[in-house]
Design a protein around this ligand. Structure first.
Ligand code: SAM
Length: 458
C-alpha cells in the first residue's frame, strides 16, 4: 500500500527545532488569528483580547507576548488601508479566498515591518514559518517569502505617496465625515486615529493634586491625563476608589446637568458607569438603568470600589416607565462608537452603514420617550460617543422638529466644559473631535469623538 503524503506534518527548522516552538511564533500566529476574527468575522477586538474570556491562544500567552499581540493587531488595524494598498502594489493578482490565513499573515508581518520596532528578518521568517504550518496557506509560503523580502528591499518606493488618512478610513466613514465636517477636518480626524490615546482618569476631587501624585496633567473638567503605560490597578488611588478610567470627552456630558447635589437623576444606558460615578460623586441620587445585566454587574462592582451608592435597574428603555419623573435625565444612547477609534481601532472594520441606521432609529425612539421621564422644567442631556452626524446633530434636529413646543435647547457654554471653546457648535451643542486637544499637555493625544445636546422640558 502506498502512503499518501502527510501534508499536515510539521516541517522542522534547519536547527532541528519545530518552527512553531520558535520564540515569538505563538504571538504572531495568535495576532493573525485575532486580526482575521476581527476583520472577517466582525468580532470586537476587546472580546478577543479579554484575559478571562478572550481568544484561547491569547489567554495562553505570557505577559510580554500578549503585549506584542496587542501592538501588532493595533498597528494592523490602524494602518489596515495602507497595508492593503502596499499589498496591491506587491501582488500581481488578488490572493484567492481559499488560501486561509495568507492575507492575515501578510498583514501581521507588514504591520511589524513598517509600524513596529521589529527587525524585518524576524517578521519575515516567522510569517514564512506560519504560512508553512497552515494547511491552506502552505502553497503560498514562497509567495509570502518573496513579497515580504521585496518589501524589505523596496520599502521606500513601495510606501511612497500613500494617502494614509484616506486609505485607513473605510469609504463610507470617510464620506460621512467629509459631508459633515469637510475634507480638512476628515483628514485631521483620520490622522488622530493613528495615535494611541492617553490614559484619562476622572478623579472624585482635587484633580491638580492627583495630577501631581500620578505624574499627570489636569485636563478638561476633573480629568487627569497620564502618558505612561501599565496596569491601572497598580496606580495609586485605584484601591481607595479615588478615580476611574474615563476619556476627557466622555466626562463632559455629565457636567452639563449642572449642580446635581440632592437631585434625583436617571442615568440611562448607564453601564459600565463612568457617568453614573460622576453624578453620584457630585451628590445626586442616581438610578442607573441599562439593558445588560452583565454590564450592570460591572457597574455595581465599579461603584463598590469607588465607595458610591446608586440604584441599578436592568431594563430595556424601549419598554421602561419610571414610577415618578426624575429631576434630570442623562441619556448616553447606544451608538456606533466611531468617536472611540483611537481606543478601539477595530471599530472602522466591524461597523457598517446599516449599524448607524439601526442605532439612529433606537436613539430617536429613546429621545422621544425620555421627555416624559423628567419633571417639567427639568434638564435632559443626550449624548453619543459617535462622530456620525446621524447620531448627533441631525438626530437632534429631527428630534426638535418632532417635539416642537415640548422641549427647548439649552445652549452649552465653554465655561461649563473647562473652556474648550473648540468643542462648542454654533447651535450650542458639544462636538468633541479626536483631533482636538483637551488642554496644554506634553503630548498631543486628542480626545474621544463625542456629541452632546442639552434640552429643557417645557
Ligand atoms: C455607550 S454605552 C454606555 C456607557 C456608560 N454611560 C458610561 O458612561 O460608562 C451604551 C449602553 O447602552 C446600553 N443599552 C443599549 N441598548 C439599550 C436599551 N434598549 N435599553 C437600555 N440600555 C441599552 C448598553 O448595554 C450599553 O451599556
Amino acid at each position: 500500500m502506498t502512503r499518501r503524503p502527510n501534508n499536515n506534518r510539521r516541517p522542522a527548522a534547519t536547527d532541528g527545532s519545530q518552527p512553531a516552538d520558535k520564540p515569538g511564533f505563538a504571538a504572531r500566529k495568535v495576532a493573525a488569528d485575532i486580526l482575521g476574527n476581527v476583520v472577517h468575522k466582525k468580532r470586537p477586538l476587546d472580546g478577543e483580547l479579554d484575559t478571562q474570556s478572550g481568544h484561547s491562544g491569547f489567554r495562553a500567552l505570557a505577559g510580554n507576548d500578549r503585549s506584542l499581540v496587542r501592538a501588532i493587531v493595533g498597528a494592523g488595524l490602524r494602518h489596515r488601508g495602507e497595508i492593503a494598498e502596499i499589498l496591491t502594489r506587491l501582488l500581481d493578482r488578488d490572493i484567492p479566498e481559499k488560501t486561509g490565513r495568507v492575507l492575515d499573515i501578510l498583514h501581521v508581518a507588514i504591520a511589524q515591518m513598517l509600524f513596529l520596532d521589529v527587525p524585518d528578518r524576524a517578521a519575515v521568517s516567522l510569517a514564512v514559518d506560519h504560512a508553512g504550518l497552515d494547511r491552506r496557506a502552505r502553497p503560498y509560503k514562497g509567495l509570502v517569502n518573496g513579497v515580504l523580502r521585496r518589501l524589505g528591499r523596496e520599502r521606500s518606493d513601495l510606501t511612497e505617496d500613500l494617502d494614509a488618512e484616506l486609505l485607513n478610513t473605510p469609504d463610507w466613514l470617510w464620506t460621512s465625515w467629509q459631508e459633515a465636517y469637510g475634507e480638512d477636518l476628515a483628514r485631521k480626524i483620520s490622522t488622530a486615529h493613528q495615535k494611541e490615546a492617553a490614559l484619562d482618569l476622572s478623579v472624585k476631587e482635587n484633580p491638580a493634586d492627583w495630577a501631581r501624585r500620578l505624574d499627570g496633567v489636569p485636563v478638561g473638567v476633573g480629568t487627569v491625563r497620564l502618558f505612561k503605560k501599565g496596569a491601572v490597578e497598580a496606580l495609586e488611588g485605584f484601591d481607595d476608589g479615588a478615580w476611574w478610567v474615563q476619556d476627557v470627552a466622555a466626562a463632559l456630558p455629565a457636567h452639563l446637568l449642572g449642580n446635581v447635589a440632592g437631585l434625583k437623576v436617571a442615568d440611562l444606558c448607564a453601564a459600565p458607569g463612568g457617568k453614573t460615578a460622576q453624578l453620584a460623586a457630585a451628590g445626586a441620587t442616581v438610578t442607573a438603568i441599562d439593558i445588560s445585566k452583565g454590564r450592570l454587574k460591572r457597574l455595581s462592582e465599579n461603584m463598590q470600589r469607588l465607595g458610591l451608592s446608586v440604584e441599578t435597574v436592568a431594563s430595556d428603555l424601549r419598554s421602561y416607565e419610571p414610577a415618578v419623573p426624575f429631576d434630570a435625565v442623562l441619556l448616553d444612547a447606544p451608538c456606533s462608537a466611531t468617536g472611540t477609534i483611537r481606543r478601539h481601532p477595530d471599530v472602522p472594520w466591524i461597523k457598517k452603514p446599516y449599524d448607524i441606521e439601526k442605532l439612529s432609529e433606537i436613539q430617536a425612539e429613546l429621545l422621544d420617550r425620555v421627555i416624559a421621564w423628567v419633571k417639567p422644567g427639568g434638564l435632559i442631556v443626550y449624548c453619543t460617543c459617535s462622530l456620525e452626524a446621524a447620531e448627533g446633530e441631525t438626530q437632534v434636529s429631527a428630534f426638535l422638529a418632532r417635539q416642537t413646543g415640548k422641549i427647548e435647547v439649552v445652549e452649552i457654554n465653554a465655561d461649563e466644559i473647562g473652556g474648550l471653546t473648540e468643542c462648542i457648535t454654533a447651535e450650542g451643542y458639544l462636538r468633541c473631535m479626536p483631533c482636538y486637544e483637551a488642554g496644554e499637555t506634553p503630548e498631543t493625544t486628542g480626545m474621544d469623538g463625542f456629541f452632546a445636546a442639552r434640552f429643557r422640558r417645557s
